[in-house]
Design a protein around this ligand. Structure first.
Ligand code: AP5
Ligand code: MG
Length: 219
């Protein structure tokens, strides 16, 4: 049973690794950022609220985010494990997650937190070079994972776009929010013996290799 949290700054490669981990270990990839963006695309009340924060590079309020995650964790496919990408992101969210897991009969100590880190310049380069398919959401990078035809998704032929919060100024805000509000989680999980450090400076396959060595071969 794998219950994993991916922790790390914007652009470090959480989503990229999450897809691979999810495929290899057969657990659902739960990205709070992706859920917010899907709601923004559909124009739901949650999407309208989230947009106000996301486009400024700020965090969506804790209670809104936690409620959304508890609903997702209650779904059938999470019974055999799950991978949280981008949640928790504040100490309050982490404390609430521990309390929630206890309340539903799961041991919070069973969580493995993968802390992926890379220098600021690398994060900026990765985030500003990212391109997303407007139709299927697949993610590319202009230099590291380019599509076969520039501007076109390999999978569905959709147009590739820049994520609105990947403008340089917004990325810089997100990095500051990460430093102030999310980086204290490293200590929170290290002192409770749940943290594993992953070197995010390596190429995508190298990072994945380090994660698999840590998690073991078996699902
Ligand atoms: P979210 O969508 O979670 O964004 P983020 O954490 O800022 O992280 P990113 O998705 O930008 O980066 P990533 O680490 O996934 O990197 P990726 O794999 O794409 O959140 C967005 C917003 O939603 C937040 O700002 C906030 O407003 C809100 N939100 C979300 N969760 C919340 C919460 N819990 N509470 C409150 N608000 C919340 O990689 C980036 C690029 O680099 C890609 O192009 C990729 O191809 C490339 N790349 C990846 N790895 C490598 C590598 N090893 N080498 C070379 N290139 C690489
Ligand atoms: Mg992501």
């Amino acid at each position: 049973m794998k219950r994993i949290v991916l922790l790390g700054p914007p652009g470090v490669g959480k989503g990229t690794q999450a897809e691979r981990i999810s495929d290899k270990y057969g657990i659902p990839h739960i990205s709070t950022g992706d859920i917010f963006r899907a709601n923004m695309k559909q124009g739901t009340p949650l999407g309208k609220l989230a947009k106000e924060y996301i486009e400024k590079g700020l965090l969506v309020p804790d209670d809104v985010t936690c409620g959304m995650v508890w609903d997702r964790l209650a779904e059938e496919d999470c019974k055999a494990g799950y991978l949280l990408d981008g949640f928790p992101r504040t100490v309050y969210q982490a404390e609430q997650l521990d309390a929630h897991l206890k309340a539903v009969g799961q041991d919070p100590q069973d969580i493995t937190v993968l802390n992926i880190q890379a220098p600021t310049q690398t994060l900026i380069e990765r985030a500003t070079g990212r391109r997303i398919c407007k139709d299927c959401g697949k993610s590319y990078h202009t230099v590291y994972t380019p599509p076969k035809t520039e501007g076109i998704c390999d999978v569905c032929g959709g147009e590739l776009r820049i994520r609105p919060d990947d403008a340089l100024e917004t990325v810089q805000n997100r990095l500051k929010v990460y430093e102030d509000q999310t980086s204290p989680l490293i200590e929170y999980y290290r002192t409770t013996d749940r943290l594993a450090d992953i070197d995010g400076c390596q190429a995508i396959d190298g990072v994945f290799g380090q994660i698999c060595a840590l998690l073991g071969e078996k699902p």
